[in-house]
Design a protein around this ligand. Structure first.
Ligand code: NDP
Length: 451
């Protein structure tokens, strides 16, 4: 594998924007060795100094917002405005974990005959495997807590979108984080990713990606009893009750599924609507979807760009047959474009069962609250979801009944630096973001001292 080069493509133009050498097993092993060598020093850095370095990194990310946003926009096809907001979140994440360093600590537990103490120990070398849809964001969600806890890292971005991670690695050094603490390895998942999963010196894999590859990671990790955090696919429900503010719900619904061209594990790609409000809501939803601005990611007004690749566009297209409720326009010419699409469906249809990972939403009717809950939960996934109703008690009742990790009520918002993010069921386990993520990158040690 070593030395084989590959082109990085801009999905809006289909042009090559970089040529990189693909790493293989040898380069992966070398990166693990560097991370292992850097661990004793990094874990011993005083907490206030580690916090200061992470804060410096956050500031550098802020100072390089425009550059990082351009890289992400060109490599993933993200609209530039959204890409800037994503870089803003990356900075927030590093600021948050700078503050977390000395707030994640042990306890003293009352016992007979002595003193009992717990310590939070870093794991050692952690392997972080990241998908192509939010390369920089998801890297930061894993790097923040991993570094705050004192681990060293081998980061593997997706081969389709490695550019922002490579630039971030430079900023990490510029921030003063020692060489070897973060090592980025670019190469195919089935070689570099798999080697990290198998490597005896890697203590944990933080993985975000498809449920299918997540299963392989979990199986591979069993051999060395590695810790794993899995953030996998989703098929989330956007549940709209007739007593909701329908205008507001319909105006928000397109952005809950078409953001990032639907290539979002949180996409609420099943829109569940109470039967008595269905016709009115669909009318409003179609109007709102018509307004989504699809086109050149460099244009400041653009809200949706292309899909990541021609191959992925074929997969997305396979979900749409017959006459959809709505099909939007796409630009002419080059680029992996796919229109915003709304299809009427039942929850048994393939478009409602499988993750499309593109701008296709299934609109499904329900008759009452019990049926809404049953349909929403009738999926192997459980990542995200939204509930729209003006009845507060119902909102909380339904929120408690839904088998999903992240919910919003009368809002699309699902991700914040300070709040836990992760899945139920086959959407994975372990939590990213917030203080919960610190648990996933540390081990509890219990020490009893006789007095
Ligand atoms: P994949 O699962 O194909 O890839 C994810 C990462 O795993 C990539 O870096 C990939 O490398 C790597 N990989 C591939 N094969 C292996 C392997 N055998 N061992 C170890 N690593 C491997 O997902 P996609 O990149 O296609 O991303 C889309 C999927 O990710 C969707 O299903 C989506 O729902 C999910 N996702 C989940 C999120 C969540 O938080 N729950 C967030 C974002 C996406 P490479 O591509 O270089 O080969």
């Amino acid at each position: 594998m070593h030395g084989m080069s590959f082109a990085v493509i801009n999905p809006a133009t289909e042009e090559s924007i970089a040529e990189l050498d693909a790493a293989g097993v040898e380069e992966t092993d070398a990166a693990v060795a560097r991370a292992k060598a850097a661990f004793p020093e990094w874990r011993s850095v005083a907490p206030t100094d580690r916090a200061r370095l992470l804060r410096r990194l956050a500031t550098l990310v802020e100072e390089h917002t425009e550059e990082l946003a351009r890289i992400e926009s060109q490599n993933v096809g993200k609209p530039i405005g959204g890409a800037r907001a994503e870089v803003g979140m990356v900075a927030q994440v590093f600021h948050f974990y700078a503050g977390a360093v000395d707030k994640h600590h042990g306890e003293t537990i009352p016992v007979a005959g002595g003193v009992d103490l717990t310590f939070r120990e870093p794991l050692g070398v952690v392997g972080l495997i990241v998908p192509w849809n939010f390369p920089l964001n998801i890297s930061s969600w894993k790097l923040g807590p991993a570094l705050a806890c004192g681990n060293t890292v081998v980061l593997k971005p997706a081969e389709l979108t490695p550019l922002s991670a490579l630039r971030l690695a430079e900023l990490i050094l510029e921030a003063g984080i020692p060489e070897g603490v973060v090592n980025v390895v670019v190469g195919p998942g089935r070689i570099v990713g798999q080697r990290l999963v198998e490597h005896p010196a890697v203590a944990k894999i933080g993985f975000t990606g498809s449920t299918e590859v997540g299963r392989t990671v979990m199986q591979g990790a069993a051999e060395t009893i590695k810790r794993v955090t899995l953030e996998l696919g989703g098929k989330s429900a956007n549940v709209v009750f007739a007593d909701a503010d329908l205008e507001k719900a319909a105006a928000a619904a397109p952005y809950a599924v078409f953001d990032n061209a639907g290539q979002d594990c949180c996409a609420r790609s099943r829109i569940l609507v109470e039967r008595c409000a269905y016709d009115r809501f669909v009318e409003l939803l179609v109007e709102a979807t018509r307004k989504v601005k699809v086109g050149d990611p460099e244009n400041e007004a653009t809200e949706m760009g292309p899909l990541i690749s021609a191959q992925h566009r074929e997969t997305v297209a396979s979900f749409v047959d017959g006459d959809p409720l709505f099909r939007g326009d796409t630009p002419d010419g080059r680029g992996f474009w796919f229109p915003c699409t709304l299809v009427e469906a039942t929850n048994d249809d393939r478009v409602a069962r499988e993750e499309v990972f593109g701008p296709v939403a299934a609109v499904i009717q329900f008759t009452d609250e019990d049926e809404a809950i049953r349909i929403a939960n009738d999926t192997p996934y459980g990542l995200s979801g939204s509930i729209w109703t003006e009845n507060g008690a119902r909102a909380l009742r339904v929120a408690r009944a839904l088998e999903t990790g992240v919910l919003s009520i009368n809002s699309n918002s699902s991700v914040r630096a300070s709040t836990p993010f992760g899945g139920f069921k086959q959407s994975g386990f372990g939590r990213e973001l917030g203080m919960h993520a610190m648990d996933g990158y540390s081990e509890v040690k219990n020490v009893f001292m006789a007095t």
